[in-house]
Design a protein around this ligand. Structure first.
Ligand SMILES: *Cc1c(COP(=O)(O)O)cnc(C)c1O
Length: 443
């Protein structure tokens, strides 16, 4: 972790907040999860609602007793499991009977072989795939991460679910809480798209708009956790973050299983906090270790919007720390100016031989329309960022058009209609007569 970030956390007393717990780890059943381990210094802690290392303030992540040694048995068990993320329960921080508990059962979304898009982008037929996570219950990939945090919240005895959100997370938390019988109170920047605001409110929990950017919302939530006002609250992406983050591994598992238990050669992944990208890498590494896929190199590429591109800027400048930015982009779900996992994303992009790239808002809109026109998939702005960056990286020769390529669409275009509405509409508006239609020249 960057020194300045550590200093900031110390000043805010976050480290002491991090050790506040509502349940002991004694009778916590989170399946194969065995401990929390610090990503910086490796120190291990008992499972609990903590997220920062007591020694070095580094972020904590889940350590496991993974079922090594019988890849055939494990593969059969997974394949016989439900058509949702719980088929991978043996690799997740959840109890074994998780599939029977009330939750939204997200995942097992389509991996679309995108030959029309491939043709437009100059990629070999059969090599380009879109992993379409708009098919999740609340129409974004966030249902995956919330499902893990919900199990942790149950295990630790929280009764209120909360989060700081760029939009999609608020909806996913609201829906999961409604289904599981939790109270929810979620926080968003006050100026989000109507689709995101309505989705976050409709499930009946409390929704609070904060006058500020996502980074202000996140800072506010960190303060709330340390205050008696927030006692007993499980913030899915703050004090439950280590559990939450593991949900993104299911994207890696599904992609490989859907490719016939093979690693893709290249992945293009959008970056907000960077959590998803780092955990997809973790998931791929686990599949290799477990012997479920053949070990071979793969490259991970990160995608940002130019108006919020702190990780891309650091990548291009050769830096290993990320300088915060003030976001200004239509890709609001990715508008995190100070991404927590930024440095880890840089490590992964460099280690795997990938890159981090960005596109401007006009390119985002063009890419949304390109994907819709070629594959019938209507992506939200984040998907436009990823497809736009894919196009740019192919043109630059960074993505190899003769190798398999998986591009993530993480959200649904219906939530960001404003992005395309000004340039998308009826071809013609006519009187209901054949003459009028003939005159319009469309027959
Ligand atoms: C939250 C989000 C992401 C990425 O989130 P990370 O913080 O990087 O894990 C990507 N796409 C959409 C649509 C999102 O809502």
């Amino acid at each position: 972790m960057a020194k300045c970030a550590m200093r900031k956390m110390r000043r805010k007393g976050l480290a002491s907040m991090a050790v506040q717990t509502v349940a002991t780890a004694k009778n916590v059943d989170l399946g194969p999860a065995s401990a929390l381990s610090c990503r910086e210094c490796g120190e291990r802690f008992e499972l609990g609602p903590i997220f920062a290392c007591e020694l070095c303030f580094g972020p904590l992540e889940i350590a496991y007793d993974l079922p090594v040694g019988d890849p055939e048995g494990l593969r059969k068990r997974i394949e016989a499991g439900p058509a949702n993320i719980w088929r991978y329960a043996p690799l997740l921080p959840v109890p074994e009977d998780v599939a029977g508990k009330p939750n939204l059962n997200p995942g097992w979304t389509k991996l679309v072989q995108a030959d029309n898009l491939a043709r437009e982008l100059g990629v070999e037929p059969g090599k380009l795939f879109v992993k379409d996570d708009s098919g999740n219950p609340t129409h974004s990939f966030k249902d995956r991460v919330v499902a893990q945090a919900l199990e942790a919240a149950r295990a630790f005895g929280f009764t209120t679910l909360s989060c700081s959100s760029t939009g999609n997370l608020a909806g996913a938390v609201g829906a999961a809480a409604a289904r599981a019988g939790f109270r929810s109170c979620v926080f968003i920047p006050h100026d989000l798209e109507q689709g995101k605001v309505v989705m976050a409110a409709v499930y009946g929990g409390d929704l609070v708009g904060i006058e500020g950017t996502y980074d202000d919302v996140n800072r506010f939530c960190s303060e709330l956790i340390g205050d008696p006002l927030g006692e007993g609250w499980g913030f899915v992406n703050v004090n439950l973050r280590p559990y939450y983050a593991e949900g993104s591994k299911t994207l890696a598992y599904e992609i490989c299983e859907q490719l016939g238990w093979r690693l893709p050669d290249q992945l293009v992944i959008p970056i907000a906090s960077g959590s998803q990208l780092t955990k997809i890498d973790k998931g791929l590494q686990e599949l290799i270790k477990l012997g479920l896929v053949e070990d071979k190199p793969y490259k991970i590429f990160g995608a940002q919007a130019e108006g919020c591109s702190p990780v891309s800027a650091a990548f291009k400048a050769g830096h290993d720390v990320v300088r915060p930015q003030k976001p200004n982009t239509i890709a609001k779900s990715l508008a995190i100016g100070n991404p927590a996992d930024g440095p880890y994303v840089l490590d992964i992009a460099r280690r795997t031989g990938g890159a981090v790239e960005d596109v401007d808002d006009a390119q985002v809109v063009d890419a949304i329309k390109l994907l819709a026109r070629t594959e019938g998939i209507f992506a939200e702005t984040a998907g436009g960022v990823t497809v736009g960056v894919t196009k740019k990286l192919i043109e630059a020769g960074a993505l190899d058009p003769s190798l398999t390529m998986v591009v993530l669409n993480t959200g649904d275009g219906l939530k960001t209609l404003d992005a395309v509405a000004p340039t998308t509409g009826p071809t013609a508006t006519i009187r209901p007569s054949l003459d009028a239609f003939r005159d319009a020249g469309l027959a």
